[in-house]
Design a protein around this ligand. Structure first.
Ligand SMILES: C[S@@+](CC[C@H](N)C(=O)[O-])C[C@H]1O[C@@H](n2cnc3c(N)ncnc32)[C@H](O)[C@@H]1O
Length: 296
């Protein structure tokens, strides 16, 4: 929407006062696990104004009461979407992806029947670029090895509209520039209107599901070989970051690797994890069961 289309009452809506900010921040944290620290108050105000404009509500208190007492999952989902940052790119953090190709993939053992198998999880996957980047790397690796293989990737996020875009796998053509040329040729199908779509065979390997990262421990994803959680923890306070990381650690198989964004959880330790050393990355490997017992 252009600014000339914005109703004048939206532009004149005042900022939240301190009391209102606390009310909203508490409600959002309780209901959906979205944490809005006071430094991000202006972000909350912008998101609220945007959503209130969309539904024609001109009063913070009225909208607050509605969300607190009456609104269903659909309205919560739309509001959460306006209050979360979905910025992402294909092949966003190259050192972490190099760690995957240089350390994680070569270590994947063949299963009993000689098929290589791998399960990966992109936590806070936004519109899917991270999950598809991993899928391209994994598929290309196994293809080059030859033989039989199976892998699956799950992308989870709290924003349903972002997940819908991820499922479609359709992106503006300019975003191709982030994807290595050989992988573009293998996995990207050009569409009209300056867009492309991830190849259907690759899309079939990736599923996208709604999940609040604060409840990651309750997700039925145990025995992951690889978990990517980047540019999500930054939105939480330290205690909650650790809580999420602990839950993700529990979802790894022995030998599985957790890759966080560098700087997102400095100094964190877990008794069943060891640091994976790789330049410019923050990653951990789950110890084999016997070693983990000694360590704890
Ligand atoms: C900045 S994007 C990061 C996308 C991708 N991981 C990357 O690094 O490019 C952060 C994503 O985390 C999601 N998110 C925020 N809070 C969340 C929560 N409590 N549970 C699950 N996802 C959440 C947002 O909806 C958003 O899509």
């Amino acid at each position: 929407m252009h600014s000339k289309d914005v109703p004048s009452w939206v532009l004149t809506l005042p900022d939240l006062d301190d009391q209102q900010f606390i009310q909203w921040a508490t409600l959002l944290e309780e209901r959906v696990g979205v944490v809005v620290p006071v430094e991000r108050k202006s972000f909350l105000v912008t998101g609220l104004k945007l959503r209130m404009q969309e539904i024609g509500c001109a009063d913070y208190q009225e909208y607050y009461q509605r969300m607190r007492h009456g609104s269903g999952a659909q309205e919560w989902s739309m509001l959460v979407d306006r209050l979360t940052v979905h910025e992402t790119r294909f092949f966003r953090h190259k050192p972490s992806l190099r760690l995957v190709t240089e350390q994680v993939l070569p270590a994947v053992p063949a299963a009993g029947d000689d098929a290589h198998t791998l399960q990966a999880w992109s936590v806070g996957c936004a519109t899917g670029e991270e999950a598809y980047s991993l899928a391209m790397l994994i598929d290309a690796h196994f293809r080059a090895l030859g033989g039989r293989y199976f892998f699956g990737i799950t992308g989870t996020d709290i924003s349903r509209p972002a997940l819908e875009k991820a499922r479609n796998g359709i992106y503006a053509r300019r975003r191709l520039a982030d994807i290595p040329l050989d992988l573009q040729a293998a996995y990207c199908v050009e569409l009209e209107s300056e867009r492309f779509q991830v190849h259907p065979e690759l899309r079939n390997r990736v599923c996208f599901t709604h999940l609040n990262a604060l409840l990651a421990g309750a997700a039925p994803y145990a025995k992951m070989d690889l978990i990517f959680c980047q540019n999500l923890l930054i939105y939480f306070e330290r205690e909650r970051r650790e809580h999420i990381a602990h839950q993700l650690a529990e979802q790894l198989r022995p030998g599985g690797v957790l890759v966080l964004g560098p700087g997102e959880l400095v100094g964190w330790q877990h008794p069943q994890l060891e640091r994976v050393r790789h330049p410019d990355t923050l990653a951990y490997r789950r110890l084999p069961a016997a070693q983990a017992k000694e360590a704890s």
